[in-house]
Write a protein that binds this ligand. Structure first.
Ligand code: NAD
Length: 485
């Protein structure tokens, strides 16, 4: 085992978990056993809630300008340790090093946003009648929790932790049991940055601990990022327990390609979108719809896809089950009559034979009723459908239950606007394959890609992590009565 057994992080200390249930943490890169992760109990969660509750009064009373000083320091520490963090992220998740560097750079950008929060939470004040003033302030919620998926071991935790904490909350993080290591490093950096003990805590586990978080009466709000199936469970359970909840789910993102699209740029973007992070991104292109004759662009997509080599510029998928699932989808499409233009099945990365790789896969002549057209595959696979009109393409996009992203590739601004107005997705790209809004814009999909109000990052997150206090004051009692008295 390469690293020590993973521990919970409670009250500023790494603590042993008293359990016999531990899962192996295996590197998808080459099958190395990295560590073991404990499955915590409701009792462990309770310890974390107690520590967070104890830290809350002092932390929430600290002025926000003082709180964000810790995030200025945290940002510097992320920059200092970028290489080590990126290496760890690649090791546990399987993505290639450059993608992990980009992930840590995104953590830095998210932290930069948190340092700007004092500028954004100033509240409002107005003299509403003579001598009477109404004022609003954003108050923190208390102890909050964040449940995160495997595909971004550092970035998704940093979608929530800098904002939730800078806004005065104390947070309990539940990392994915598949990639529990990066969060430990994040805890160390927060401590080094001066974060008081108990403000950030980690509790490891899987289903049971997620249920315990949804049920715990001491937790005020739960954010979740993961599959739609679990997002629904968490949203229903947390809100049934009267908690505030924002649950982001899975995706099936469509790229609409028009014949006038710039060939080289479009092909490069389609391939980068479907194969980046081995297709394990909720913003990855999963379906392409060629509107009219786009054969010339598909030819270039095939050339580009063939440049992607497992283990070199393409990372591994998370585990054996995932590899098998993705390959089953490809085989099923083939059996149903689709044409496999580039076949990523049975990929082996040289020197990493125990790794779990799927090569880039381009499937043409897919029809909207096939599973590869409808379901989230979460692998480096693009399913190409063809339509005669933009309206037919938009109808396919709209009929999908998800709604994270949709993009159009064209040189025609009118067609681009037509898609923006009609796509049933929260994040739209025009000649952009992965239309992730950058800070200060917020991240969040529609439909079955997100349950709850608002978005998870950017300004929108302020509403989620705070509650409004409204005060009305009268400072000149001698002025007599007014309509409010
Ligand atoms: P997952 O839903 O399996 O797991 C997410 C979290 O939920 C993990 O911490 C896990 O321990 C926990 N969990 C798993 N099964 C559970 C259950 N039955 N009950 C309660 N908790 C459970 O997701 P994943 O496989 O880790 O991540 C991939 C998924 O996440 C994809 O569907 C992807 O699209 C989605 N995702 C969405 C976004 C977004 O912004 N919408 C971002 C990243 C990932």
């Amino acid at each position: 085992m390469k690293y020590q057994e993973v521990k919970n992080y409670i009250g500023g200390k790494f603590v042993e978990v008293n359990t016999n249930k531990r899962l192996d943490v295996i590197s998808p890169v080459d099958g190395t056993l990295l560590s073991k992760v404990p499955m915590s109990s409701a009792k462990d969660l309770d310890e974390a809630v107690k520590a967070a509750k104890a830290a809350f009064p002092a932390w929430s009373k600290m002025p926000i300008k003082e709180r964000v000083q810790i995030f200025f320091r945290y940002k510097t520490l992320l920059e200092r340790d970028l290489k080590a963090l990126a290496e760890l992220c690649s090791e546990e998740n399987g993505k290639i090093y450059g993608e992990s560097v980009a992930e840590i750079e995104k953590c830095i950008e998210l932290t930069e946003f948190a340092t700007s929060l004092p500028q954004l939470v100033t509240g409002e004040v107005l003299e509403v009648s003579r001598g009477v003033e109404c004022r609003t302030e954003h108050a923190p919620l208390g102890v909050v929790a964040s449940i995160v998926p495997f595909n971004f071991p550092a970035m998704v935790p940093n979608w929530t932790l800098p904002n939730a904490i800078a806004l005065g909350n104390c947070l309990i993080m539940k990392p994915s049991e598949k990639v529990p290591l990066s969060c430990g490093k994040i805890a160390e950096l927060l401590k080094e940055a001066g974060l008081p003990d108990g403000v950030f805590n980690i509790v490891h586990g899987d289903v049971d601990i997620v249920n315990a978080i949804c049920d715990h009466p001491g937790i005020e709000a739960v954010s979740f990022v993961g599959s739609t199936k679990v997002a629904k469970i968490v949203y229903q359970r947390a809100t049934q327990n009267l908690k505030r909840c924002l649950a982001l789910g899975g995706a099936k993102n469509h790229l609409l390609v028009l014949p006038d699209a710039k060939e080289d740029m479009t092909a490069a973007n389609v391939v980068a979108s479907m194969s980046g992070c081995a297709g394990q991104r909720c913003m990855a292109a999963s379906a392409m719809i060629g509107v009219g004759n786009v054969d010339h662009i598909i030819e270039k997509i095939v050339i580009e896809a063939k440049k992607i080599v497992a283990g070199k510029n393409l990372g591994a998928v998370i585990n054996k089950e995932s590899k098998e699932r993705i390959e089953r989808y490809i085989t099923e499409a083939e059996n149903q009559g689709a044409k496999i233009l580039v076949d990523g099945r049975n990929a082996v990365a040289e020197g990493k034979e125990q790794g779990t790789y799927v090569g880039p896969t381009v499937i043409d002549f897919v029809t909207p009723d096939m599973s590869v057209a409808k379901e989230e595959i979460f692998g480096p696979v693009i399913s190409i459908m063809r339509t005669n009109t933009l309206d037919e393409a938009i109808a396919i996009e709209n009929s999908n239950p998800y709604g994270n992203a949709a993009s159009i590739f064209t040189q025609n601004g009118g067609y681009a606007r037509y898609l923006i107005d009609r796509a049933s997705a929260g994040m739209i790209g025009v000649n952009v394959g992965v239309p992730v809004p950058r800070e200060p814009f917020s991240f969040g999909g529609w439909n079955e890609s997100k349950f709850g109000v608002g978005d998870i990052t950017g300004k929108s997150s302020i509403e989620f992590w705070t509650k409004l206090k409204k005060s009305t004051t009268k400072w000149n009692p001698e002025a007599g009565t007014n309509w409010m008295s």
